[in-house]
Write a protein that binds this ligand. Structure first.
Ligand SMILES: C[S@@+](CC[C@H](N)C(=O)[O-])C[C@H]1O[C@@H](n2cnc3c(N)ncnc32)[C@H](O)[C@@H]1O
Length: 389
């Protein structure tokens, strides 16, 4: 294994279990290194700080697999997968059969994402380094979780950066049906691992769907903006609200909403395929609760100003469409947008509309998407339930 020597200023960071080493934090690079090679990371004094894998072309040059000199073999992955799986089973066994099992760095396997949908797994190898261990990881998952099938998902953008063009979206073990029936808090949903970029079930929002819907009651009118397959609105329908209007720009999402509502026997809804900004612009009805759960508006820091403007528009116009003492649940799934940024948007909207805003709930990603102290991007989903007075 080749050696990477880091700068003295970075030693403390590694001792606090930061999982990444940036290019400019490296004092001495090994020679003849390839994307994905395992490396031993040491301090300038020769103290071994961990084992990781390297991508010399990436700004995040080394991702740490172990903070000691440990062999990276099948047993290594088995132990980590087993621990992560047991943790999820304990939390979710009476709640759902669909959850994330491995959340990359936050489950100490950087670059790996594994989600479980009933008896099936979806898997993503997001770095050249973790892709080297794909066979060991797949075998371990089969032994520990015993799925009926595993489907590999590929993020095209990441695949280019990491030279993973050989990875194809396909079933890599057993059989995976096009539609998988899952249960979440006694509600039925259809997930489709094979379809498009997303499965149709945003697992990270599970507990927020429950919290937000607990504020609704009979007689409430709900608007679920950027609804995807309808998670939030469907939880509200279970609370016997008057009706839910779902809005999403994707036809696939609209079809999924209809299927999910049918499965749960809900008829008092409308699923509208429209741009949420256009919809709000032309709106002439009022609601008791509006959910705003857009895609990541700011994928990079540069896009942050535009994202804030987008939130300002959405919140100001939602406030205008609220009944007296109505609620808004708003989320951002981009780690560049902070809770403070959202609070500033509320202040701005409050002034523009002449309404007082009370924060009722602070909302974050569910427990199967752990938030690792030293990996800021692992805390990406933040939201608030506010009451407008
Ligand atoms: C984060 S997902 C919503 C997840 C959903 N709330 C749930 O719990 O399952 C964002 C959704 O916004 C939709 N979308 C993206 N841009 C949109 C736009 N301009 N107008 C309406 N929907 C949009 C996407 O199709 C996607 O379904």
């Amino acid at each position: 294994m080749k050696d990477v020597i880091i700068k003295i200023s970075v030693v403390e960071k590694l001792k606090q279990f930061h999982p990444w080493i940036y290019k400019d934090e490296i004092k001495k690079f090994p020679k003849n290194i390839n994307k994905g090679d395992l490396v031993k990371v040491s301090s300038p004094y020769g103290e071994i700080l961990g084992i990781g894998y390297i991508n010399p072309e990436s700004i995040i040059t080394v991702r740490i697999l172990a903070f000691k000199n440990e062999e990276v073999n099948k047993e290594f992955f088995q132990k980590r997968i087993y621990k992560a799986f047991i943790y999820r089973q304990k939390i979710f066994d009476n709640i759902t059969d669909a959850y994330r099992i491995i959340h990359s760095e936050a489950d100490f396997i950087p670059g790996l994402i594994v989600d479980k949908y009933a008896d099936y797994l979806s898997i993503q190898f997001n770095t050249a380094g973790i892709n080297r261990f794909r066979n060991l990881i797949i075998k371990s998952l089969i032994e520990i979780i015993k799925p009926k099938g595993i489907y590999e998902k590929v993020d095209e953008k990441i695949s280019k950066i990491e030279d993973l063009s050989q990875n194809k979206e396909q079933t890599i073990y057993g059989n995976v049906p096009d539609k998988i029936h899952v249960i979440e808090n006694s509600l039925k949903f259809i997930a489709s691992i094979k379809q498009g970029q997303k499965t149709g079930l945003f697992l990270d929002q599970r507990k927020n769907r429950k919290i937000v819907s607990s504020y609704t009651q009979r007689g409430f009118k709900i608007l679920d903006l950027f609804s995807n397959s309808g998670g939030f609105g469907i939880y509200c329908l279970k609370k016997r609200v008057d009706f839910v209007e779902f809005v999403d720009v994707s036809q696939v999402a609209i079809s999924q909403i209809k299927e999910n509502c049918k499965l749960n026997n809900f008829k008092n809804y409308k699923a509208i395929k429209e741009d949420a900004f256009d919809y709000l612009n032309n709106l002439n009805k009022k609601f008791n609760l509006i959910i705003i759960d857009p895609p990541a508006f700011a994928k990079t820091r540069k896009e942050k100003d535009g994202a804030i403007k987008g939130f300002q528009f959405l919140i100001i116009n939602s406030i205008k469409a609220l009944e007296e003492n109505g609620y808004i649940a708003v989320f951002s799934c981009s780690h560049h947008i902070t809770e403070e940024d959202l609070k500033k948007v509320f202040l701005f909207a409050s002034q523009k509309t002449g309404k007082k805003i009370v924060i009722i709930e602070k909302l974050i990603q569910d427990l199967d998407h752990p938030y690792l102290l030293n990996s800021p991007p692992s805390f990406y989903l933040k939201g608030f339930l506010i009451k407008v007075i």
